[in-house]
Ligand binder design. Sequence first.
Ligand code: BG6
Length: 516
Amino acid sequence: MSAANQVPDPFTLVIFGASGDLTRRKLVPAVFSLFCEGLLPEKFSIVGFARREKSDDTFREEMHEAVKTFARVQPIDESRWREFARNVHYHQSTFEDTSGYRSLKQRLESLAGQSNAPCNCLFYLATQPTQFPLIVEQLEKSEFTRSDSSERRWSRVIIEKPFGRDLDSARRLNEQVKAAFDEEQIYRIDHYLGKETVQNILVLRFANSIFEPIWNQKHVDHVQITVSETVGMEGRGKYYEQAGALRDMVQNHMMHLLCLVAMESPNSLDAGAVRDEKVKVLRALRPIPPVCAVNGVVRAQYTQGTCLGEDVSGYRQEDGVSADSNTETYVAFKAFIDNWRWSGVPFYLRTGKRLPARVTEIGIHFKSVPQVLFNTDPAAPMLPNLLALRIQPNEAISLRFQVKEPGPGMHIRPLKMDFGYADGFGKEPPEAYERLLLDVARGDATLFTRSDEVEAAWEFLTPVIEGCAGWGGGLPTYAAGTWGPKEADDLIAADGREWHLMRRRTGKGAEAFEIE
Ligand code: BG6
């Protein structure tokens, strides 16, 4: 991982799909935050590349509004914005038009010339995935893809998810991109890896001596990974119809979480070493053949309901969604990692839209103590230890353990020891895109997905998706604002366990749904 304070070389960030939501909500606000924190080189520029006609000034005005709405630190410092805006430009062209790339080249050279800086380029593909091959091909044709170490000039490409829609298409896309760029120039982005708490998984595991000895099948009963969202389609129905929860969340974000929790210690923090260990986890996942996916993987769709106090429509009523859609908005399943460390330990994964709370949490559920001494009542077994890594919101780590209630009898109850990021450090962690964009500018690929990693994740999930696609019946449903279908509870109950965050409401905010 990169040296914390290293300022990158001067560079130009070219964003393809500059009129899109990602640019407005995430990318430009992230670059602005980096600028305000003094983490960018003195010479940098942003060039928005998109097909709509617009002037530099109009684009700057749009980005100004975006930053005022979405930048992490509010209100923004207007004088800093004016300095920043001088570096923001717009280039109009379609993605097909070769002359648009030629004029882009002249423009980048002239921007670099004006500031007397080498023409280092970072191309961000924030378009529809179907456009990725075309843009990469055009970049190659226009000779944008060469990094030249003698001139200390580099060229890098960032590719948004989804990277393919199954194993074959991911392989094809890898081939297309690798025909133009070397693997070291390719940054397949997954914003989950930029989240502070996700990076902290490795620190927790490998910078502390107390966890690693118990992080295995001898002590861990099972692991739960929950990514629960309250949002519905937010205008993305057309995209989501083609994706579903398995492609949208599981193949990427959840697989990364699983890898970081389960991997062996890498021998260094080099991008290669870390990614080697992640790939080993993916390769050790027990395959779920199509015929098993049909019954073993719970998929469901939300119907009309009340979410966060608001009446919301069902998935099939969302814009861009077919009235008889069979796309899943919820998925839950059990996975096994067939290696020495995790043999026999189930990993339960679930994710869904329109659930009652926005929570991403990894729960390491330890084995119960023996049924003697304090744990003798089979009708009321003691809750085992739980180490919960709250990825978002209210980023935290909490450990549940049993204590004696003060007083004459021997009453025992579970308590939690919490570490909250906001309390511990007095500030909110930075946005994932800030960290990731800075890493690409510094040339550090540790937090990006390598080609074999993306293919290994697809190798595991493609049979699951194929099995589910072959399912002729209707999908189970759940009312928006509830914790998913009964089938998901049955899945884990069949093993004598229950989901950690679930129906019982015990408090407020993100803590509202714990069992105890
Ligand atoms: C995106 C998915 O990758 O991640 C969205 O396409 C999802 O459907 C989003 O809502 C969740 O990201 P976060 O950071 O809000 O958890």
